[in-house]
Design a protein around this ligand. Structure first.
Ligand code: PEP
Ligand code: MG
Length: 348
């Protein structure tokens, strides 16, 4: 039984048994390992620091993120707190919840995302008109066009929670398509006293305009789940279209590379907080592509940390360059893996 693939093979061949035995011993080896931290940070074997944050959505996730060794929070999905509500939470209620979630990260970074309502995250209290294509409709930052007070109340609550918690709070908006949206969001966030404001890169127009957007924002965070969906025009929730949403797809890798380069040119940090950052081998490729921080699922964090701390930065760059030459998800992965021997040896 291969739990990685979710497959059961009856009467396995000797070759398959040997292969699975070697994977099992690699997993055992990994279990005995802990990612090394130097000077309070994860680092490549040549000493380049790498920040690895956790994606969380509920108060209960905070303790797990800390136990997994997160440097902080890289994506706090605020909508998960309100999915089953009939009325929007008050500013005070939000501020209390955010304070509880930020407080364990005193002096550490917490990246909180403003409400990403709509499409795969419907919210009863927003009463959207019936839209024929909700994923292309009023969702994410766009909801503030109709419900500006919702965004303002949230920013006020986040600013209050920053002060009362002592965490270093970065705030970002989801589903930004245009530079002027980034400019408006950053100005609005700062008007509430929030010092660091950025945006998510999740749609193709934002990739094409990454130069302008990285000038307007203090940081970028690439949401590879939505970016993969919109690049390939393939619903992320459709099981039948899952291959388009493989995070090794070349179009996605090249888009990430373009955004990382734009960020570098404008001195704007670029993180990845989509599922791509939770795949240990791909996380190494992302660093090689120029991504400056990773934010992954709590369950994947330790493996991601072990993978990136087992490699040199030169290795990761070579793997990234190789992946960029792939014309399919499979070949991109295979080409990258030629430079990721240390990761493969750990069964990752
Ligand atoms: C993403 O789209 O990659 C992302 C991180 O946001 P979500 O999955 O919440 O849409
Ligand atoms: Mg998204």
């Amino acid at each position: 039984m291969d739990a990685r693939e979710g497959s059961v093979t009856f009467d396995p061949t000797d070759d398959l048994v040997r292969e699975l035995e070697s994977v099992t011993s690699a997993i055992r080896l990994r279990r005995e390992k802990r990612a090394v931290r130097t000077k309070g940070s994860y680092a490549t074997i040549d000493g380049v620091p790498i920040s690895i944050y956790a994606n969380i959505g509920r108060v209960e996730d905070v303790a797990n993120a800390i136990a997994a060794g997160a440097d902080g929070i890289g994506l706090l999905r605020t909508e998960l707190l309100y999915l089953d509500r009939q009325t929007p939470p008050s500013t005070n209620e939000q501020s209390e919840i955010y304070t509880a979630m930020f407080a364990p990260f005193r002096d550490k970074k917490v990246v909180i995302r403003t409400l990403d309502a709509g499409a795969d995250k419907p919210m009863a209290f927003l009463n959207f008109d019936q839209e024929p294509n909700p994923a292309l409709g009023v969702r994410g930052y766009r909801t503030s066009l109709m419900h500006e007070s919702l965004l303002k109340d949230q920013l006020e609550a986040i600013a209050q929670a920053e002060v009362s918690s002592g965490a270093e709070v970065w705030v970002m908006a989801p589903m930004i398509s245009l530079p002027e949206e980034a400019e408006n969001f950053v100005a609005l966030a700062k008007s509430f006293g929030l010092k660091t404001a950025g945006v998510m890169i999740e749609v193709p127009s934002a990739v094409m305009l990454a130069n302008e957007i990285s000038t307007a924002a203090d940081f970028l965070s690439i949401g590879t789940n939505d970016l993969g969906q919109y690049l390939h025009a393939a619903d992320r929730e459709s099981a039948g279209l899952a291959h388009f949403n493989d995070p090794w797809q070349p179009a996605l890798l090249r888009a990430i590379h373009a955004v990382a380069q734009a960020g570098k040119a404008n001195n704007c940090p670029v993180g990845v907080c989509g599922e791509a950052a939770s795949d240990p081998a791909l996380a190494a490729v992302l660093i090689g592509l120029g991504i400056t921080s990773l934010s992954c699922n709590v369950g994947a964090l330790e493996d991601v940390a072990i993978a990136v701390t087992s490699l040199s930065s030169a290795n990761m760059k070579q793997a990234a360059q190789a992946a960029l030459t792939g014309s399919t998800a499979k070949s991109a992965k295979r080409l990258a893996r030629e430079h990721l021997g240390n990761v493969t040896a750990l069964g990752l």
